[in-house]
Write a protein that binds this ligand. Structure first.
Ligand SMILES: Nc1nc2c(ncn2[C@@H]2O[C@H](COP(=O)(O)OP(=O)(O)OP(=O)(O)O)[C@@H](O)[C@H]2O)c(=O)[nH]1
Ligand SMILES: [Mg+2]
Length: 486
């Protein structure tokens, strides 16, 4: 949208160098909240953070916060499907649709999976492969079908990606055996915490216990139990051979090396109990986790397409607000009342996010946002920032209209982006009701404001705003005039 305005204002060249002052006084309040989409969050830890609530006290207890019946899992799958259908409706040719639908079909099949998937993980050389070999023998003697999966060794290098991949593998398994060879390192402890907050059933396995003397072994085990709420077993998957010495009756001594049998009895006993009592729940829980991840992935894609549609809408209203405030400058605090938050924008954005509400409701939202922005001091801050950007250039005076215009545009933008963020948090329901719960709005506003406060962004924004408000030719003329005077 091009705003045609007929107000000649003397504005000098606008080289947008920022003064030290603004750097110093703003620096502390600039929170670099890097925007991370859900997808990247999914990558970081397989969406582990999604399941922060209701951690189980012990992984072997009933899985708190996890489904205890099939219907709950089915409904989680249905919810993921609802979001996918919504995506199909709003972006019928979306490239991800086929893959998403395929995943739904997979999840339905997973519900009846008979085989329990066990992930064996831990640092390098802790005995993962050896343990799997020994457990495979044990597994032949039990009824439950079990498959073992060895993750890449953790904590080997600073390679975030392989660590993340390992976490995703664990998240897709029903149960995790986490191996350590002694007291926990910090990184081991952190990974265990991550698994715990992902509601991932885990046993900590203290392997190679044969390397310790009896009393040391006991104290390591005790310390592990204290940190892991008792959910620890000690094993020796492949103890080192020991020297056996035999004194014969005739006084001669015979010596030979003997390979002690592997000692995994504590572990197999725990595992048997888990498989027997929880086998079915474990499969449901895994399917449930996957369904929630799938839903999050679909929602992220849906929000992406909606954001693409919403951004130009915000921009349009942003420049409308700028033009209005520029043409009719009012005291800073009135900017909002007159121009910045347009109820029509609230409605348009709501439409994009399938949140339909009446004009009255939209007006309420606009009004609420306006007074919040005043209360949070955002109006003052942005007016100050905008005029500082303008003043910090060769300009000795700035016509009020420009400051007002650019500020109004800026506030409109913050309001629009906050609304988007707010709408994105809403549950995708089949029939979305228009229940407006604006409790979270102040936080969202504040966050979005801070995100858009970065100096580089502000400089660019002011520059763009001035360009919009003052026709090109006029600016050139003014620069020329100023040069002539100076
Ligand atoms: N003393 C002792 N050694 C063990 C035990 N379990 C495994 N080992 C030895 O530890 C070494 C590493 O075992 P692996 O099973 O290959 O360990 P891993 O964790 O699979 O190693 P990576 O896959 O390379 O990370 C081997 O030499 C094993 O024989 C144990 O209980 N006691
Ligand atoms: Mg191995």
């Amino acid at each position: 949208m091009v705003v045609k305005l007929q107000r000649p204002i003397l504005v000098g060249g606008l080289g947008l160098s920022f003064s030290l002052w603004i750097l110093q006084s703003w620096h502390h309040s600039i929170v670099q909240l890097s925007e991370f989409g859900l997808l990247s969050a999914l990558a970081v830890g397989g969406g582990l953070w999604l399941f922060q609530q209701n951690r189980p006290k012990r992984s072997l207890d009933k899985l708190d916060g996890m489904p205890t019946d099939r219907a709950t899992v089915e409904s989680a799958i249905a919810k993921a499907e609802t979001v996918i259908n919504q995506l199909a409706q709003e972006a019928e040719n979306h490239v991800a649709l086929a893959a998403l639908r395929e995943q739904v079909a997979q999840l339905v099949l997973e519900l009846d999976r008979q085989e329990i998937k066990l992930a064996v993980t831990g640092g390098k050389f802790v005995g993962k492969s050896t343990l799997i070999k020994v457990l495979s023998n044990w597994q032949q003697g039990i009824q439950q079908k079990v498959s073992f999966y060895e993750t890449a060794p953790l904590f080997t290098e600073v390679d975030e990606r392989s660590h993340t991949a390992a976490l995703v593998e664990m998240n897709h398994s029903d149960f995790v055996l986490f191996l350590t060879n002694g007291d926990l390192t910090d990184s081991e402890f952190q990974t265990l915490q991550q698994l715990k907050s992902a509601n991932q059933p885990t046993i900590l396995v203290f392997n190679k216990q044969d390397q310790y003397l009896a009393d040391e072994r006991a104290s390591v085990l005790l310390s592990l139990k204290q940190r892991m709420e008792n959910n620890v077993v000690a094993t020796a998957a492949s103890p080192v051979p020991i020297k056996v010495r035999k004194h014969e009756a005739d006084g001669s001594v015979q010596e030979w090396m003997e390979q002690p049998a592997s000692d995994i009895q504590q572990l197999t006993q725990q595992l048997s109990e888990v498989l027997l009592q929880q086998g079915q729940y474990l499969v449901w829980a895994t399917t449930f986790r996957k369904a929630r991840l799938l839903k999050a992935e679909a929602k992220n894609l849906l929000n992406g397409t909606r954001r693409d549609r919403a951004t130009p809408v915000i921009e349009q209203y942003q420049w409308i607000a700028a033009a209005a405030a520029f043409a009719n400058p009012v005291p800073a605090l009135d900017i909002l009342a007159t121009a910045a938050i347009n109820a029509q924008m609230v409605m348009d954005l709501g439409n994009t996010y399938q949140q339909k509400f009446s004009l009255e409701q939209a007006q309420t939202v606009a009004g609420t946002m306006g007074s919040l922005m005043v209360k949070l001091g955002l109006v003052e801050l942005s007016t100050k920032a905008v005029s500082t950007v303008l003043k910090s250039n060769a300009i000795t005076f700035v016509a009020g209209g420009v400051v007002q215009g650019v500020s109004a545009a800026y506030l409109t933008r913050v309001a629009g982006l906050s609304l988007i963020e707010y709408f994105e948090q809403q549950e995708i329901a089949i029939a979305s009701d228009s229940n407006l719960n604006l409790d979270k709005l102040p936080q969202t506003l504040h966050k979005v404001f801070q995100q858009n406060q970065q100096i580089a962004f502000l400089q660019g924004f002011v520059k763009q705003g001035v360009k919009r408000l003052l026709p090109e030719a006029q600016q050139v003329e003014l620069v020329g005039a100023q040069k002539a005077i100076g």
